[in-house]
Design a protein around this ligand. Structure first.
Ligand code: NAD
Length: 364
């Protein structure tokens, strides 16, 4: 809780908004009847995940629900959830550009932790800069104001894309020059700075991890520059051939999705006194498309990869870090990745094969 004197300093916009009291609407009603045993445990956080139906939200919700109870973790998005997601726990519609919609949700659902995943990623952002500004910057301002007003713990991921060609690239430390050249990167630097500013000025419990490119088998990536490292597995298994939009020697930091979810949970749980920073790099591994293809060929020796660099995405990748220095995260809150390249490749292949078997039992 903020001391009363500090609370008076909440920005005028937030105070004004607080006067526009939202009211209960059917749209925000819990969409699922709790199962016996799902009863929220007093003392557990009530977590809202925005943009929760993208590559990362559903898996993080699964992990948080195991830890804190299904009913305590609410997924939200502007997309319609699949039957499986809808049945697995609370889901609500939430548009992060609509402050009143979010405010109603936080109030009615008694949210205490907010995980802000909504964003347009690097390639998607370059394709629609105006929308990226609205979602990534206006959306962020809305959650910052709400988090301040309701004393929420606020987690927002940043990215390797928050750095640019003038940053040290191999490795990139936590604190250095950040001059990104994408709207995605600019919005994430803005997020890091605004979150830290609100932390230092008002005591907001803002927490931010710079994720590398995240690799997952059961969720589709959402328009980033590192998406090739997911698609290659699907194409390799389906056709034995992959056309890569980056050059073979483009080195980027990457991470298996389960390391990403675990890092997020451990960081959310870390006592505030252990955090010397509010924005940390986290690293696991870094590789080039050529090295990934070579590791895949240990399993699929006939894999053919052709390289057809795409001007936009190659340009973005050429200005990004090749590796991350995450020594502060390791020292302050004990971050350790589990997946190296061989483990990641084996896991991706076996998970995608199992899924294909499940979806098309006769054809695979
Ligand atoms: N996936 C990665 O490799 C990666 C790497 C670094 C950082 N991140 C960050 O992690 C977060 C989650 O990434 P992701 O890969 O799941 O992204 P994603 O693109 O897969 O999903 C983003 C979600 O945001 C939703 N969204 C869009 N506009 C919205 C709006 N107005 N209101 C509410 N929701 C809206 C979309 O419907 C989508 O489901 C993002 O902030 C991203 O910047 C991801």
């Amino acid at each position: 809780m903020l001391p009363p004197t500090v609370r008076l300093c909440v920005p005028a916009a937030a105070v004004q908004r607080s006067l526009r009291c939202g009211c209960w609407s059917q749209r925000q009603a819990s969409t699922r009847h709790p199962d016996p045993g799902d009863t929220p445990t007093p003392g557990n956080p009530r977590v809202l995940i925005t943009g929760g139906l993208g590559q990362l939200g559903i898996g993080l919700a699964r992990l948080l629900r195991k830890q804190y109870g299904t009913e305590n973790v609410i997924l939200s998005d502007i997309k319609k959830p699949s039957d499986e997601v809808y049945k697995s726990g609370p889901f609500v519609y939430a548009d992060v550009t609509d402050y009143n919609n979010l405010r109603e949700l936080v109030t009615n659902q008694r949210v205490t932790w907010l995980v802000h995943y909504s964003a347009l990623l690097s390639a998607a952002g370059e394709a629609n800069v105006a929308l990226a500004r609205r979602v990534n910057i206006t959306g962020l301002h809305n959650v910052l104001d709400l988090a301040l007003e309701h004393s929420l713990r606020l987690f927002v991921p940043s990215t390797i894309g928050a750095f640019g060609p003038t940053s040290p690239r191999h490795p990139t430390p936590d604190l250095c020059v950040q001059r990104p050249r994408t709207i995605y990167g600019v919005s994430k630097v803005h997020c890091e700075l605004m979150g830290e500013y609100f932390h230092h000025k008002y005591g907001l419990d803002f927490r931010c991890l710079r994720y590398p490119g995240i690799i997952s088998a059961d969720s589709e990536p959402g328009g980033g520059t590192t998406d090739y490292a997911v698609k290659i597995f699907h194409d390799a298994l389906r056709s034995g051939r992959f056309e890569c939009y980056l050059r073979a020697d483009t080195r980027l930091p990457m991470m298996h999705i389960s390391d990403c979810h675990r890092a997020t949970l451990e960081f959310l749980q870390a006592p505030e006194r252990q955090l010397s920073l509010r924005t940390y790099n986290i690293a696991a591994l870094n590789f080039t498309p050529g090295e990934l293809a070579a590791e895949l060929r240990h399993h699929l020796p006939r894999l053919e990869v052709i390289y057809t660099p795409d001007r936009v995405r190659q340009g973005i990748a050429d200005g990004w870090p090749m590796s991350f220095d995450d020594s502060n995260a390791r020292r302050d809150w004990g971050w350790r990745p589990e997946f190296g390249l061989p483990e990641l490749v084996s896991d991706m292949l076996s998970t995608i094969k199992a899924q294909t078997q499940k979806d098309h039992p006769r054809t695979s």
